[in-house]
Ligand binder design. Sequence first.
Ligand code: NAD
Ligand code: MG
Length: 481
Amino acid sequence: MTSLFEYAPAPESRSIVDVRPSYGLFVDGEFTDGTGSTMKTVNPATEEVLSEVTVGSSEDVDRAVRAARRAFTRVWGPMRPADRGKYLFRIARLLQERAREFAVLESLDNGKPIRESRDFDVPQAAAHFFHHAGWADKLDHAGLGPAPRPLGVAGQVIPWNFPMLMLAWKIAPALATGNTVVLKPAETTPLTALLFAEVCQQADLPPGVVNIVTGAGETGRSLVAHPDVDKVAFTGSTEVGREIARSVAGTQKRLTLELGGKAANIVFDDAPIDQAVEGIVRGIFFNQGHVCCAGSRLLVQESVHDELLASLQRRIGTLRIGDPLDKNTDIGAINSAEQLVRIRELSEIGEAEGARRWQPECTLPDRGWWFPPTVFTDVSAAHRIARDEVFGPVLSVLTFRTPDEAVAKANNTTYGLSAGVWTEKGSRILSITDRLRAGVVWANTFNEFDPTSPFGGYKQSGYGREGGRQGLAAYLQGDDR
Ligand code: NAD
Ligand code: MG
């Protein structure tokens, strides 16, 4: 693929962020040593070790939950809602002030392009705190009863694909509604959560309101199983979500699950092709496709299939893959060696089952974990690549002839998180979106987010909503959940 012009490297400086050689846990307002072992977190673009973090033991989790309980009963629960709101506003402003630091650290630890961490993850995280800060003293007007009360201590477990943003989706509504929190970040991306702990100190947040316990699956398991946790919120794989649902069943704990997806992105023959191509690229290659609501199944009307595909391939040929800290990079590194293995395996299965793989010519860096943007054609609904969540930059293309067939194929999945529709006709948008079993449906756009808009799934994509007025209900006692 010849490019029109060459880009000079435009690297963001990493000197803005001060990564410590090791981190403890953030419990009761202070960084403390854990009683368990440690683990390393690496930069997936270089395999360089960034820091050593603590693996929280069940004892550590217990200490954090007790701190959260104390803070809930003595300080945060009784506090005037307007005062809670002030803390949230303060945190939101600090996130904005330190945005560049957060963005660089997120790209270092996760592998995502700085363009995305700078323009999406961090501003959205701040926006979630601003949004929820505004709610703190207006909960009586949220339509959830006259005086909705908090639940108590929330145990929250988040994934590695949007570390800082998922933290904000979890912590901001919990605090705004008067709950306190113990949060466990993912094992490959703990660093921005630890920087957030510093922001909590800087904001003078009372000790114990937010506790961060790093670790892997075992630490998450202890947190979810802790008897003094009132509410569990989880984002991650359907498999772990199922295990958590089993562990919580029969207890008084409230649970929300945000799991995987296999979204259909449906393009009708009257759609503006160039605009649709941009939406398809954004739908599947944003964040290396490590996105639960990624548009991983392209459903294209047969009559425009060839034209659309030619355009799409031309566009993909211009994507720049490489150094996440380069401001011109479109596609960064795959988050972990394990995830790369999974993407490779599913792609090989795709070929073995008879689909055709296409990848643009591109040179991948020698070190780190990389996978080129990939398109599979000749995909049938029975293929694994059409059913399983790849969670990587891999698009499966299927075709349809009629609107009914498009809807049937789109809904033919065990998931139901998101979907997209591309057409000039407003009436068609309304009739199709109505029939799609997906929590979020985008029309003539894809992967748009806003804190005022609830997000969540049907079927094996989980239950409960995050964001919007609906998201508050998950953290409040009341009849309207
Ligand atoms: P995962 O579900 O194993 O991990 C998510 C979080 O849960 C991490 O913090 C992890 O430490 C924790 N965890 C793991 N086991 C736990 C347990 N038994 N109890 C409590 N917490 C536990 O996800 P993964 O292994 O990182 O990724 C596997 C697949 O999951 C991906 O390939 C992708 O398909 C999917 N995934 C989806 C999302 C999403 O946003 N919906 C996010 C990450 C991964
Ligand atoms: Mg890392």
